[in-house]
Write a protein that binds this ligand. Sequence first.
Ligand SMILES: *Cc1c(COP(=O)(O)O)cnc(C)c1O
Length: 385
Amino acid sequence: MRVPYHQPYLTGNELHWLQAALEEGAVAGDGPYTKKVQNFLAETYQFKHIYMTTSGTHALELAMLLLDLTPEDEVIMPSFTFPSTANAVLLRGARPVFAEIEADTLDLDPVKLSSKITSRTKAIIPVHYGGIGCRMAAIGELAAKYRLTVVEDAAQGVHASYRGRYLGSWGDIGCLSFHGTKNFIAGEGGAIILNTTDHDKLARVELMLHKGTNRRQFLQGQVDKYCWMELGSSYTPSDLLMAVLYAQLMEVTEITKRRKAHHHFYTAGLQKYADDGLIRITTIPVDCTSNYHLFYLLFRNETERDRVQIELRMAGIEAVIHYLPLHSSPMGQRLGYRPEDLPVTEQVSRTLLRLPMSTGLKQSDLEYVILTLQRILEKMATGST
Ligand SMILES: *Cc1c(COP(=O)(O)O)cnc(C)c1O
């Protein structure tokens, strides 16, 4: 039996909407399917303004472009994230400042965050790891006190919420991803959310999305020719991909229900080992409603983690590690960071293992993973490995 870490899940309606888009000639950016998904997301998740982008990475880059960063500016983020979060800041010439995560949620630690704030800090990028929301109330308080912009990296957080408010709607700006490995997929795609009613800001992001031109105003008949107005790039996704995403978004409830069932099955099968202190498993704080993006285990040490990963692999089960911390990566060290700067992040990175988590996993897959893992953990508990 083989259980891959991830396989894209199809609802069955993707081809229908893709064909409809092709027949309508909706192929380039900013077409009818882009509008459909924007409207759905804005209404379902209470986003003030949302614009689809070519990726989550590009949404982050656009967010940093909007902040008008200079080389003197600093942007605080966890080191335990995907390189896109830091690249977006570096591409604007500013400095990413890596802060520590909480050992339980693996999200930015608001308490340790405050020590990283300087007169140069411009923004904070909380990353909602695995769809578990950061402590946004505490982060928001700090941001208000020091007048910082909050840009949520909610790439993994679509459909998840914190204290009853959806992720992506807490910050000044939110960034989403619909990459093929996320819960709802376009293949490649993302979105930027602006939780503002400031018309100047909204007008500016529309220019930046369209190569720095006022093409959108032109298409809406507001100006009689379009020209270069701002710094910008090509950030609008093809409507064909948005048609695929539309099919996925029509099933957000069903997809989440399935992932929740996987999560509960894993939890039930592993709770005993967590209670015995052999492993820690993904926990969802009371303030959070998860979208069940990931299910991870944390081991007592790296050796045990690596051993379990190998044994699972020998049984055909693909369990995978996650981020190598940005601060201790070759690029992070070139920026002047040392591995020992963020001990919690280092420890988590060395001991974390993610179990297969695809929407389409079958009950027989889940049972096989748990039975295999139980066998391995039993051996580990009795010290016979
Ligand atoms: C996936 C992801 C991104 C990048 O999104 P893409 O759509 O793949 O560009 C950024 N940050 C985090 C935390 C992610 O998980």
